[in-house]
Design a protein around this ligand. Structure first.
Ligand code: HSE
Length: 455
């Protein structure tokens, strides 16, 4: 029986050799970290079910791991493990390469090499697909191979397949995603326990949720990578991370969260995409959303993607956006789908992005200056007569209408917070107004958060 044959204990078929058994689908794993381990566990745990679903068994035929020491508890046979992924991805017996190294290189070169060698590829690598997806999907199309990437957005939440297939009969109008569990968890702790950002981040790091270097998550870049893929699937537009307006959560204060609550809002890091008659809005930033909205209840490390479709209306997809087994389920679903196509002799993945290769093109992306939002404004101002009037007059001159104001009782210091909620205005007007307000002697600082009132 071949090396990592993952079939049921009670299988009675005679042993077969690796190169001739059509009832085996051979999988190579690049990276046996958290998610890779999860894939190995699912391959074993569900071997019988997969065999029934597929009419063939999966064979874990090789594992490339930088450490050469995947978790010993997995009990992987040492002959399966290699430090030479380049040789593994072109091995003639391999059918499907599962790329879980993450990052750009060597993941990119290995995926291209695997596709060119006739392998199908499954990946969870949003950073790579967001930056280099066009090259990878074009190569897959040229080679007649598939790229599965369900695990790249929302972990175990099946949003890729949903946008590509389940919602394919409708036009998508907008997508709002809570797609970074680290940020959502930090904001939840700040909201529920009244913790400041730095303390909530430390807690997330201590619990193993946040990385030692959390920049990619907390500054919104991970969410921006995921948004690029959502935009392509929802609108057929190719988008690179550099074109996504990206702002993280590190400047959100406990005070902002409290004022948001007083105004009836919750603060979430949202990845937002809208199709405004062909002009695509694509932005990631802390956003105030109404506390009664479904997305406001998505707490902790959970993810949710709220999709507005023209005929269907809103739908929401919710679940565990990270973690070993949740993410591994998405990887497994791709492996299974690709294996089904291979066995049927059909070409899966020809429309991996929901469109034929070449039909996904760069689109017109709206400038942030033209994006229209309502805003929460927080000024720290000297507690003296005329402050409110001066601020209101600058806002008025810039065509920004005030919807409500919170001014606190006089405090101990020389400045007081002045909180305003505005009606809708283009961001260009807001920036001009804030520049003018910064010149007022009586205003010491200002901050703003965009509000999505009608999502
Ligand atoms: N770091 C991501 C998050 C999980 O915090 O959601 C992987 O995409």
């Amino acid at each position: 029986m071949p090396a990592g044959h993952l079939t049921t204990k009670h299988r009675t078929e005679p042993a077969v050799t690796a190169h001739t058994d059509a009832r085996l689908v051979r999988v190579a794993l690049l990276g046996c970290g958290t998610v890779g381990e999860g894939v190995v566990r699912l391959l074993r745990r569900n071997a019988e079910m997969f065999e029934r679903k597929l009419g063939a068994a999966f064979d874990l035929a090789g594992v490339a791991d930088r450490s050469l020491r995947p978790n010993p508890a997995l009990g992987l046979e040492s002959r399966l493990i290699t430090r030479d992924p380049a040789s593994l991805v072109i091995r003639p017996d391999i059918d499907i390469v599962v790329e879980l190294f993450g990052g750009q290189e060597p993941a990119r070169s290995l995926m291209l090499k695997a596709l060119e060698a006739g392998k199908d590829v499954v990946t969870a690598n949003k950073a790579l697909l967001a930056e280099n997806g066009d090259e990878i999907f074009r190569t897959a199309a040229k080679c007649g191979r598939a790229v599965g990437f369900e695990a790249s957005v929302g972990g175990g939440v099946p949003i890729i397949r949903t946008l590509r297939e389940a919602l394919a009969g409708d036009r998508q109008l907008a997508v709002y995603g809570i797609v970074n569990g680290t940020c959502n968890s930090i904001l939840s702790v700040m909201t529920e326990a009244g913790t400041e950002f730095e303390d909530a981040l430390r807690q997330a790091q201590e619990s193993g949720l946040a990385e030692a270097d959390p920049t990619l998550d907390i500054e919104g870049h991970d969410a921006a990578h995921k948004l690029c893929l959502l935009v392509t699937l929802a609108f057929g537009v190719l988008l690179k991370p550099a074109r996504v307006f990206t702002e993280g959560i590190s400047r959100i204060t406990r005070a902002d969260i409290n004022y948001a609550r007083q105004l009836g809002y919750t603060i979430k890091l949202l990845a937002i995409a809208k199709d405004d008659n062909g002009a695509i809005e694509a932005r990631v930033h802390p956003t105030m959303i109404p506390r009664r909205h479904l997305l406001a209840d998505v707490a902790g490390a959970f993810n949710a993607i709220y999709v507005h479709s023209e005929a269907l209306g809103p739908t929401m997809y919710y679940g565990q956006g990270a973690g070993q087994l949740p993410t591994a389920t998405a990887v497994m679903a791709d492996i299974l789908e690709i294996a089904r196509h291979r066995r049927a002799g059909s070409r899966g993945g020809a429309h991996a992005l929901g469109y034929p290769a070449g039909a996904v093109r760069p689109g017109s992306i709206k400038r942030m200056d033209d994006v229209v939002c309502e805003y929460y404004l927080r000024f720290m101002a000297r507690d003296q007569p005329g402050v409110l009037g001066a601020i209101a007059s600058v806002l008025g001159r810039n065509r920004i209408s005030i919807a409500s104001v919170i001014q606190q009782e006089r405090g101990v210091g020389s400045t007081v917070p002045v909180i305003m909620r505005t009606h809708e205005a283009p961001e260009r007007n807001l920036k001009r107004a804030l520049m003018a307000i910064a010149k007022l002697k009586m205003v010491e600082s200002s901050a703003f958060i965009r509000i999505e009132e009608r999502l």
